[in-house]
Design a protein around this ligand. Structure first.
Ligand SMILES: *Cc1c(COP(=O)(O)O)cnc(C)c1O
Length: 480
């Protein structure tokens, strides 16, 4: 496909403006010279060329509204459009964040009530809605832990992270100045308790645990893990990015977790990808409440207000109050589902993943053959051994069958990992079509491995040089 710059023809315009009826002045007279660049090469095209160019590009895109998108850990599920409609109401989108609270009571009520709902669902004392994404929530959560120890005058230098963890966990710990120490997994895919006991000392601020973990497995020894951490005065942190596996079923607060971040843009109805906006609320137990970011929302005499008077707070972690529109969608989603609907959502997310696991397990290696939660993790090592077909080849071949590939090569502890998360919104026909495609590819890998290794055949671009694209991005060729 031609680039818009290649379609450019000098003098063409996508719009016409009426002749000016005021005296003309040159740009140089009104704009500072150092702000002007003479070499800006902009495409000149007619309106219809412009519309067709971008429409054609948009039709090459793949998203949840186009097809099945089983990206493990990312929860690329379909979200009801009613939540988008609600979030777009003018009173939500156009209210200025500096509007006096007298004029924004309804919006404040949403933030307040959403915090209360999340606290109840996850068993925490209080939530902050400020962080803008999951990783940002992790950072804020660990900052709270650090502030707690600083305030008590305790020096702790390490944070424990299981080897199955999402890469953002060690990054968040390190960003707060902690040394990230890896805890091994056991043969069941859970935390190795012996190793944890060995590592947990009074120099450790806590353990960051994803539950269900990135193998899609629920931590069986969670209460014992909590006991070990708490016995040495540490905090148990829950990466709750994948909460759609257990909502309404169990509460992290009851299991012994002290801090949790959620990803509203995964679990609670905001479509994501391409950088946002997201929302990563953080919930805490009582002893961490004084450190939460400011301002904190309060309800006094039936009025909602912002409270800035929190002397121990870590301060702000985001401009204003967080990504409000994402909160509106989450609020609408929770109010539509209700407690029973929330439970059912988790039931179906888990059922769908187990259905796929059972249908595929005789065709792909399943390193941890247990009932899974919202996702299942296969390994392509059998295909590598039998015919030299790698997981990346299987993923590319899936594109020819019209599916977005699952997450691959993560978690790192599974060789040739294929991590499938169907979500709760797909019907059985879609799950079956996907399984049929995966089975068909497993057979192709045996009979015609070269075909799989050359895929895809039907996409606008074939195999990309991903490493060079990441290391040496070439984003402005036209100026050369
Ligand atoms: C997605 C995810 C994150 C990071 O969330 P972002 O919103 O992308 O920053 C962290 N942990 C887990 C387990 C995740 O799945």
């Amino acid at each position: 496909m031609e680039l818009i710059f290649e379609k450019s023809c000098p003098g063409r315009r996508a719009s016409t403006i009426p002749k000016s009826d005021v005296p003309e002045v040159s740009v140089e007279e009104v704009i500072d010279k150092h702000l002007l660049r003479g070499d800006v090469d902009l495409p000149e095209v007619g309106e219809i060329d412009l519309v067709r160019h971008y429409t054609a590009l948009s039709r090459r895109n793949f998203g949840v509204d186009v097809g099945f998108y089983p990206l493990g850990s990312c929860t690329m599920k379909y979200n009801p459009k009613i939540n988008e409609d609600v979030a777009r109401l003018a009173g939500f989108t156009f209210l200025h964040p500096y509007s006096p609270t007298e004029f924004s009571q309804g919006n404040l009520q949403i933030i307040y009530e959403l915090q209360r709902y999340l606290s109840e669902i996850f068993g925490m004392a209080e939530f902050t809605m400020q962080p803008a994404a999951g990783a940002h929530g992790e950072l804020a959560g660990i900052m709270l832990v650090k502030k707690y120890f600083d305030k008590k005058g305790e020096k702790r230098s390490k944070i424990l992270i299981p080897d199955a963890a999402h890469g953002t966990n060690p990054a968040s710990g390190a960003h707060c100045g902690y040394q990230a120490v890896t805890v091994s997994s056991n043969s069941e895919g859970g935390v190795d308790i012996g190793h944890l006991r060995e590592l947990m000392t009074e120099d450790v601020a806590g353990l960051m645990l994803t539950n269900p973990n990135t193998l899609g497995l629920f931590e069986r020894n969670i209460e014992e893990v909590a006991e070990i951490i708490h016995a040495k005065g540490g905090f148990l942190y829950c990466d709750g990015a994948n909460a759609n596996a257990f909502m309404g079923k169990t509460r992290p607060g009851d299991l012994g977790f002290d801090v949790i971040q959620l990803n509203l843009h995964k679990t609670f109805s905001t479509p994501h990808g391409c950088g946002g906006p997201g929302s990563g609320p953080v919930g805490v137990v009582k002893r961490l409440v004084p450190y939460l970011p400011i301002p904190r929302i309060m309800k006094v005499d039936n009025r909602y207000k912002w409270n800035y008077d929190c002397p121990d707070s870590i301060g702000r972690v985001k401009a204003f109050y967080g990504n409000f529109n994402v909160m509106v969608k989450a609020y609408a989603y929770l109010r539509t589902l209700g407690p029973e609907g929330l439970k059912k959502t988790s039931d179906i997310a888990v059922l769908n993943a187990n259905y796929i696991k059972e249908r595929l397990k005789s065709f792909y290696d399943l390193p941890f053959d247990r009932i899974c939660m919202h996702e299942c993790v296969f390994s392509g090592r059998r295909q590598v051994k039998e015919s030299g077909v790698h997981t990346s080849d299987i993923a590319k071949r899936l594109l020819d069958y019209g599916f977005h590939p699952p997450t691959i090569y993560f978690p790192l502890i599974v060789p040739e990992a294929i991590m499938i998360e169907p979500g709760e919104t797909e019907n059985k026909e879609t799950l079956d079509a996907f399984c049929d495609a995966m089975i068909s590819i497993a057979k192709e890998a045996k009979k015609t491995p070269d075909l799989v290794k050359s895929a895809p055949f039907t996409t606008p671009v074939k195999r990309l040089d991903e490493v060079t694209a990441a290391r040496k991005p070439d984003v402005c060729w036209y100026q050369k």
